[in-house]
Design a binder for this molecule. Sequence first.
Ligand SMILES: O=C(O)CCC(=O)C(=O)O
Length: 315
Amino acid sequence: MIAQASPMAEQATEKGLGGGLTPQQLVFYRENGFLSPIPAFTSQKARALRASVEALEREYRSAPGGRDLNQYFRVNGHVVLPLLAEMARTPAILDAVATILGDDLMVWSVELFIKEAGTAKIVSWHQDLTYWGMGETDEELTAWIALSDVSREAGCMRFIPGSYKNAIVAHQDTFDADNLLSRGQEIAGIDEGQAVFGALKPGEMSFHHGRTFHASGPNRSADRRIGVAIRYVTPHVKPVDGPADYAMLVRGQDHNSAWINIASPTRPFEPHSLKLYEEILAAQAAVLAGGAEGAVSLYETKTGEAGSRTTEGSI
Ligand SMILES: O=C(O)CCC(=O)C(=O)O
């Protein structure tokens, strides 16, 4: 068993951390649908968190629960890994999220986006809410936290200001092996000249709205690019396209929402967490892999209903 990151409560007392967004930051987010950079952790804490992620990579090479570690890193990691569930509860992050979404906060998913040094992996232009089955809600945002130097060279995210004011637009599934998205889904015809880069130092985060057009390029730097995406929702968000969905209450109260509440795991890959993981994946696969014409390997259930593992690198 590996050591997990130490408690995060101290973060809120660090200089510049905690206390929520300023009125100017809130205005910027409301105008543009993203905000960057925002302090989340000290650089020292970010280094410790990266070390914990990399310790998990060394410890769990051998497919816990019959799946590659990458599966848990890319989808719903908070269900089986205390490190990720605990990050999602960090007071300084919650203070900033609460400025936008209010004081009742739930976590729908925690995902790691890792691009190895000098690799071609990219993320195509997309809107997050396209396949999530939550409709076009405004009560969701992603906090994306850098655990390495996420420079332009390393393939930081870029955003189209104001694009969240669009409805969900057409996406084409490409299933491109170098695309980190589950279907390689892509919006055509983006004017790249309008894009704003969101470079981050370790411990900084950006926020983006679920309808914001965003993308990221390859990692041309000499270090890995490591980011943790935490998807926050409010109790008012409802699954509109499928069965009941699952979320973890992290602040305030869940006022009889439609979410099935889950608890944080206490140790990595406990049998009951692995069982819950499969239950959630099966429920979500019906929606997130629904209608795809190729394999959506990240949403393949143990019985194989959502697709096969034939698309190498479709992660
Ligand atoms: O890590 C990236 O480059 C993209 C992440 C992303 O698309 C997201 O968090 O919604």
